[in-house]
Design a protein around this ligand. Structure first.
Ligand code: FES
Length: 574
């Protein structure tokens, strides 16, 4: 077999009469597969990001079994394989730093393995975009099952969800929660396996996968351990076999129209700001750019319909009761490209025709939205020439238009060292600025953009302030938090020129973020130093090729080039 033979990067090899086919079957039979099983087609990879280092994805091991049942029932041959897995609470400096590494892992395993299609099993925040990016670039038929949200906890008889962490932390810092109560909360905050139980990044990305047709309709919200999710996994196993037989690949689903649908859905549910970065990265994988101007326009014309934690009072199960993602899209129909494909392979128009919505205030109507528009606001101005984002629906409306003096922190260590310093010159009108936390400076834009408020102000009853950074924030967080300022300070952005007491103007209604300092004064200033260059390992690759937030923080060499992705020669192995 020639080193340049590309025909064997799929399951055909298992039926081949030559030595390569013989060896594939022999090794699988050695692993306990029958002579009949190893000749079944299609061969379906199950790309599993289960890891004991990622409790959010802990249910994926069981869901993989359900997927296998579905694949086998449909006549396919399922083979599960692992990839790296990224857990938000544990990975440092950030999971975004490793998202592209996981996407490479996923792409290369799909491309290089003798499989005809793949089921992606992801959950915790970055595992979903990493799998989608890798699958789009690999180009084989792919469909996703997400881990599903964990159960809602209880605290003193009230629902306890992960976004409660932030106000509880503030109360702890203000001295209002003692050690015993804090221990009790620790034991109840995460009441089971599954992803975060609010509309944070994980559930937002699950809803985006569903909107893109990369998972089955109705699959985003059922709880991690529910029978519904197990049945969805089995149905996905059957679906991927059909998908392979139909010849549809991710390029048929992840189109410019589908990405616009996904962005509008993101605005309508007030989803995680992280998704803005991931959608742009996905767009790059098909050689497309969404672009800040287009996103600003879609945001301005998309009403906010969902009022779910953290950007509303309701729970995920309330949104599910209202009909879940299909009901959201049904409401949004006038704004959508309904000829885009759903996960069943039908157009969304067909799926939405038979969708009914439940009656729950967690989902408002287009005629009576929670906000007329602009849940996610794209900002531009002299402080963010290439753009920034703000989840306006989670910000205090009194701060949507604000002018205040800057209090500047150079990196997270400086922030933690000084934020509670009694000598810090700060009032509730100050604008907290954090820099050195962008794609390069962080590195990986750690989720530190929701800067803690000074203890002194917390004790005075202050609950929100304008905060600005080149970092990201957790999808579970809230506040008047301007994120993803680009270019970042470490790459010469004007954020690196800000000094204490400089006036900063935020206008979240008009989409402006201005540093109100004369240009000639800024030219006299010395920008903060960039991040030191790494000398070895993945850090070098990352630093050389990472793009800024408006380009999706993908590696420049991973965006589409027009070359087919599946082009791996299959070398003789012996
Ligand atoms: Fe894993 Fe939120 S920390 S989904």
């Amino acid at each position: 077999m020639s080193q340049n033979d590309t025909k064997r990067s799929n399951g055909d090899v298992f039926s081949s009469p030559d030595r390569d086919g013989f060896l594939h079957r022999a090794f699988m039979r050695g692993a306990g597969r029958s002579d009949t099983a190893v000749r079944r087609r299609p061969v379906i990879g199950i790309c599993n990001s289960f890891s004991e280092l990622n409790p959010c994805n802990a249910g994926l091991r069981d869901l993989a079994q359900q997927v296998k049942t579905g694949v086998t029932a449909a006549g396919g041959f399922p083979l599960e394989f692992p990839t790296i897995s990224l857990a938000e609470p544990f990975i440092r400096p950030s999971t975004l730093y490793l998202r592209n590494l996981m996407a490479i892992d996923v792409e290369e395993m799909i491309s290089s393995s003798p499989i005809d299609g793949v089921v992606l099993l992801g959950g915790c925040d970055k595992t979903v975009p990493a799998q989608l990016m890798g699958a789009v670039s690999a180009g084989k038929p792919a469909v996703m099952v997400t881990a599903g949200p964990r159960a809602t906890g209880r605290l003193h008889g009230e629902p306890l969800t992960i976004d409660d962490l932030w106000p509880l932390s503030d109360r702890r810092r203000a001295g209002e929660i003692d050690d015993e109560e804090w221990q009790h909360i620790e034991g109840n905050l995460v009441p089971g396996i599954g992803t975060c139980n609010v509309l944070g990044t994980a559930v937002t990305m699950a809803m985006i996968a569903e909107t893109l047709g990369m998972s089955l309709p109705g699959s985003s919200l059922p709880p991690a351990t529910s029978g519904t999710r197990a049945a969805l996994a089995e149905a996905t196993g059957r679906r991927v076999v059909d998908l392979v037989r139909s010849g549809l690949t991710p390029a048929d689903f992840v189109t410019p129209a589908a990405l616009e649908n996904a962005f509008r859905m993101l605005c309508a549910v007030s989803g995680s700001t992280n998704a803005v970065i991931h959608l742009e990265a996905l767009a790059g994988r098909i050689g497309h750019r969404l672009g800040m101007p287009a996103m600003a326009g879609w945001s301005r014309t998309t009403p906010v319909l969902a009022r779910v934690r953290p950007a509303g009072p309701h729970l995920l199960e309330d949104l599910e009761e209202a009909g879940g993602l299909p009901a959201v899209l049904k409401e949004l129909t006038p704004l959508l490209h309904t000829d885009a494909l759903a996960g069943t392979g039908e157009t969304w128009a067909h799926v939405l025709d038979r969708t009914t919505r439940g009656d729950h205030p967690a989902l408002r109507s287009m005629k009576d939205p929670a906000f007329p528009a602009g849940g996610l606001t794209v900002l531009k101005g002299s402080l963010a020439p290439a753009g920034a984002v703000l989840k306006r629906s989670a910000a205090d409306p009194r701060l949507w238009r604000h002018r205040g003096p800057a209090v500047v922190f150079d990196g997270v260590a400086d922030l933690h060292a000084r934020i509670d310093d009694p000598a810090l010159d700060i009032t509730a009108d100050s604008v907290l600025v954090l820099r050195g936390a962008g794609p390069v400076g962080g590195p990986g834009m750690p989720e530190v953009g929701q800067l803690p408020l000074p203890r002194r102000l917390l004790r005075q009853g202050v609950t929100d302030m304008v905060r600005i950074s080149d970092a990201r924030m957790s999808g579970t967080a809230t506040g008047t938090v301007v994120l993803h300022v680009a270019p970042e300070a470490a790459e010469g952005g004007p954020l690196g020129l800000v000094e204490d007491a400089d006036p900063i103007i935020l206008d979240a209604v008009e989409g402006r973020l201005e540093l109100d300092v004369a240009p000639e004064e800024l030219r006299r200033r010395t920008p903060v130093a960039g991040a030191p260059a790494p000398r070895r390992g993945y850090a070098v690759l990352y630093r050389r090729h990472i793009t800024q937030a408006p380009e999706g923080c993908d590696f420049d060499f991973l965006t589409a080039t027009g070359e087919p992705s599946v082009a791996h020669p299959s070398a003789d192995r012996f």
